[in-house]
Design a protein around this ligand. Structure first.
Ligand SMILES: Nc1ncnc2c1ncn2[C@@H]1O[C@H](COP(=O)(O)OP(=O)(O)OP(=O)(O)O)[C@@H](O)[C@H]1O
Ligand SMILES: NC(=O)c1ccc[n+]([C@@H]2O[C@H](COP(=O)(O)O)[C@@H](O)[C@H]2O)c1
Length: 348
């Protein structure tokens, strides 16, 4: 177990998270596994992951229903996708889980994609957002919330770091994990391409292009977010312009509509988002609701019920640990959000 990871919470069942299953079709390949033991101690350990078949890489353009059913028959040609949602998850709500279901339905309906996994990556405490409770608590709540899903998993890599990690680095990490699993871990750290193959490596760019031939056989990681997070790309000094370009050009976005945000207008008004709009999937949530972690915390502070806004197990965890109070809401009060601090420093 990872030394120095603090122990939180009550005992829970042993859970192990890995990118893909340990053996498939008799191929044994390498990867890594994150695990939470029965004392809620999170750790990273060598493990085993699967080999993948070859796939094509169509663009993110929706097909009409006739084309769509045709493509569905050729399911082996669909691009495999891993959906990655970053955020505070303070605490996780049922709407966070719904984002994944909505995104998967949408991508499948295009006929071009097959979603193979969903990853929830809670942000590190180093993000310094007001009211952010400790990472291990947020991880444990996500783990409890995803227990009933066979495809959505929590990943602690980002959360357990002391310092905040830029979202593009989280995307790169998960993409490289998949590339590493696919070629037995023999990849160049920076490009995400196989080492020892100079010609092919030289063809890959510094900004990893996941359409390059070396990474064709691995699933594509796409960022899953709500429309408010998409709109945050326009907040001065919050995101580096080159990171926005990399996210929308190399990875791609799946964005779910949210009350109070107009994602379509935001994309139209941004030259860079407009340029890469083919790689941005906007998904309409028709069953609208305005569940947010902020509102849940507010209700909890006031002793009001939040039942059915969160999975029961998460609610029990919050109660057992007395997580959200007037005091916890004052955490990081007066501090500036880490991305703003970092990006402002970089400008000086
Ligand atoms: N009701 C919702 N509809 C659409 N997207 C949502 C919704 N709630 C959360 N999200 C998305 O989930 C991701 C993680 O969100 P986050 O942890 O910040 O929760 P939140 O409810 O937005 O929190 P807060 O209330 O602090 O803003 C973000 O991409 C956010 O846009
Ligand atoms: N420059 C960046 O990469 C950047 C800036 C702001 C927020 N983020 C991420 O977006 C998410 C926002 O979460 P919240 O909506 O809870 O603040 C977090 O995962 C955070 O790390 C990334």
């Amino acid at each position: 177990l990872c030394p120095g990871v603090r122990k939180y919470g009550p005992r829970c069942d042993l859970s192990v998270y890995s990118g893909l299953s340990s053996r498939q079709g008799g191929h044994q390949t390498r990867g890594f596994v994150m695990s939470c033991n029965d004392d809620h101690v999170w750790s990273e350990a060598p493990g085993a992951t699967s080999d993948r078949g070859c796939i094509s890489n169509p663009d993110a353009i929706c097909l009409n229903s006739q084309e769509s059913s045709y493509t569905m028959e050729k399911s082996d040609e669909r691009t495999e996708v891993v959906l990655l949602a970053t955020g505070s998850f303070n605490p996780i709500t049922v709407q966070h889980l719904r984002l994944f279901e909505l995104a998967r339905d949408h991508l499948h309906s295009t006929g071009n994609y097959k979603v193979v996994k969903g990853i929830i990556s809670p942000v590190s405490d180093g993000y310094k957002k007001k009211g952010l409770v400790e990472g291990p608590h947020r991880l444990s709540m996500v783990q409890l919330a995803t227990q009933t899903s066979d495809w959505i998993k929590v990943d602690p890599w980002e959360c357990l770091k002391k310092d905040w990690t830029e979202t593009v680095a989280v995307l790169r990490h998960h993409q490289q994990q998949l590339v590493g699993m696919n070629n037995g871990g023999n990849l160049d750290k920076k490009s995400g391409c196989r080492k020892g193959n100079k010609r092919k490596r030289d063809n890959c760019q510094d900004v990893p292009d996941h359409n390059c031939s070396e990474s064709r056989a691995v699933p594509q990681v796409k960022l899953l977010c709500g429309a408010d997070m998409l709109e945050s790309l326009g907040t001065p000094n919050l995101w580096k312009p080159e990171h926005i370009v990399e996210i929308v050009s190399s990875f791609g976005l799946v964005c779910i509509t949210r009350i109070g945000s107009d994602a379509q207008k935001f994309i139209y008004e941004s030259d860079v988002l407009w340029k890469y709009r083919h790689n941005i999937h906007l998904v309409q949530e028709w069953i609208t609701n305005d569940i947010s972690s902020t509102k849940v915390r507010r209700a909890l502070r006031r002793g009001m019920s939040v039942r059915y806004l969160l999975p029961d197990l998460v609610l029990d965890y919050i109660k057992n640990h007395d997580l959200y109070s007037e005091e916890s809401e004052e955490k990081n009060s007066g501090l500036i959000l880490e991305p703003l601090v970092r990006n402002t420093k970089d400008l000086q």
